[in-house]
Write a protein that binds this ligand. Structure first.
Ligand SMILES: NC(=O)c1ccc[n+]([C@@H]2O[C@H](COP(=O)([O-])OP(=O)(O)OC[C@H]3O[C@@H](n4cnc5c(N)ncnc54)[C@H](OP(=O)(O)O)[C@@H]3O)[C@@H](O)[C@H]2O)c1
Length: 464
């Protein structure tokens, strides 16, 4: 098979996307799964394990990079029981992008060789279609997802809503996803809570895609270990660690000052660090911990980093909230959960609700500044945080929880996908916008939104 197409993209970006066969399922619909099985940067010797769909059978193929000359040429060899494939990709720069040339040579053995004459035309047609799909993916013009009236209703129904949070929701949603081919190469991402769970999965995936990471963590030893592991697995050496306990506002401010002093524009800020506290506790600054970590801290950090977000040509803020906020309304008289009986889940939900309100306000305020703001919730994912703070829930739901990678998928998508940044201020789950309220009971008044921001500013000025 020999196919070719022109692509209005930089050769480096096209090369990087194509040779990373761990993402081949995005454009080759005959491949059911793909993982990179060797560590380090993609280079000669990098291997990928793929599963190819052949009727009802899943056929394993092991691909290995045989030649690697970025960004012009790569040769990959795939070996399966019945055949060997040699794929040669050649990319040449053109006046408005590049020209991609793809040659695939297939050699069949044993029983497969006998049936080839019968299915040869089908194999060729599938190959041609695959390269067409690759060309389409590289056009990077996927439609912008919208909140449909049907989704609005479905969100409010308990069974589909709850199923949507589980791994089944992820599996159902992913059938409709578009490839993400925009480049993350050298994009500066500041990520909180990268030492565990969803943050760790996000850091790993963004490092694999070539981003430059600043990881914010409270535990220096753990953070250094994580950074080294990610570098070893992905070959990405552009990972820096900054230490701050994000529930301590003085430390958040110091962190902000350090980043401002360094002056590196921020393409993506991900407010992900989180925890659920039982029983109630206060920080050394005498602030209730859920409010401090989940709302006041991202508020202070995001506003402080505004100049660096503005300096990047098109930046994104991603707030990791929670579906837990659906059941609650912001309570300005009880931001620190001092009234009534304390329940960690309620304090957590209120703070997450507050963060979503702030995300919507930043989206409006920064609409002309080139900064987009995305609120999201990851569904229910099996992470150390969930195991520790909700052991009963984790035990009961073990079979339906998502993996950390599935929970992190929408964070990575919001950081990377071109179409995500055609929007701002929406609330996302599984790459689709969702409603922020399931009942009128939880909707705050405009005056309450203003008052929330005033209160957060008051806290900030009292503390620094
Ligand atoms: N997993 C889910 O099902 C789920 C559902 C809805 C929302 N979320 C949200 O997703 C985010 C990630 O949660 P996860 O499940 O991945 O939890 P996780 O495994 O416990 O990870 C939480 C991360 O936040 C960091 N962190 C916690 N307190 C911190 C502090 N005071 N200062 C600095 N960093 C701190 C942790 O650092 P250490 O490693 O040092 O502990 C860790 O890196 C959270 O905002 C959570 O509320 C998760």
């Amino acid at each position: 098979m020999h196919e070719a197409f022109d692509c209005p993209r930089a050769p480096q970006d096209v090369f990087q996307y194509i040779v990373d066969f761990s993402r081949i399922t995005e454009w080759d619909h005959t491949i059911l799964s793909a993982v990179k099985t060797t560590s380090g940067k993609i280079a000669v010797g990098t291997a990928f394990d793929l599963k190819y769909s052949m009727g009802l059978r899943k056929v394993p193929i092991r691909y290995e990079v045989m030649e690697f000359e970025p960004p012009q040429r790569a040769v990959l060899k795939g070996v399966s029981r019945g055949f060997t494939a040699i794929d040669t990709v050649t990319i040449t720069e053109t006046s408005n992008g590049c020209h991609v040339d793809w040659r695939a040579e297939l050699e069949f053995r044993g029983a497969s060789a006998k049936i080839v004459p019968l299915i040869e035309r089908r194999i060729t047609a599938a190959g041609v279609q695959t390269i067409k799909d690759l060309a389409k993916a590289l056009r990077d013009d996927a439609p912008t997802p919208k909140l449909s009236p049907l989704q609005r209703v479905a969100d409010k129904l308990i069974v589909p809503g709850v199923l949507g949070f589980s791994r089944f929701g992820h599996q159902h949603a992913e059938k409709h996803w578009q490839p993400v081919t925009a480049s993350m190469r050298d994009k500066h991402v500041v990520l909180t809570g990268a030492t565990s769970g969803l943050g760790l999965a996000t850091a790993h995936e963004l490092a694999q895609r070539g981003a430059k990471l600043t990881l914010i963590a409270r535990d220096a030893v753990k953070a250094d270990r994580v950074a080294k592991e990610i570098t070893a697995q992905t070959g990405n050496e552009q990972i820096e660690v900054r230490i701050a306990d994000l529930s301590e506002i003085a430390q958040v401010v110091e962190l902000g000052k350090t980043l401002l002093k360094k002056g590196e524009p921020i393409d993506v800020l991900i407010n992900n660090a989180g925890a659920l506290f039982n029983p109630r506790r206060e920080t050394s600054e005498r602030i209730e911990a859920s409010f401090a970590l989940l709302l006041l801290s991202p508020f202070v950090l995001t506003e402080q980093l505004f100049p660096l977000l503005k300096q990047a040509s098109s930046s994104r803020v991603i707030n990791v909230s929670s579906g837990g906020m659906y059941g609650t309304k912001i309570n300005l008289k009880n931001l620190e959960s001092e009234r009534g009986q304390y329940r960690g889940a309620d304090a957590y939900a209120r703070a997450k609700r507050g963060l979503v309100i702030m995300g919507e306000r930043w989206a409006e305020r920064w609409a002309d500044e080139g900064i987009k703001v995305h609120n999201m919730h990851p569904g229910w994912a099996q992470t150390p945080g969930v195991e520790e703070s909700l052991p009963q829930f984790a035990k009961l739901t073990r079979r339906i929880l998502r993996s950390p990678e599935e929970g992190a998928d929408t964070i990575v998508w919001l950081a990377n996908a071109t179409e995500a940044n055609n929007t701002s201020g929406l609330f996302w789950l599984d790459r689709a916008p969702h409603t922020t309220h399931l009942s009128r009971r939880t909707v705050e008044k405009p005056s309450e939104r203003d008052a929330l921001e005033d209160l957060l500013r008051e806290y900030r000025s009292r503390l620094i």
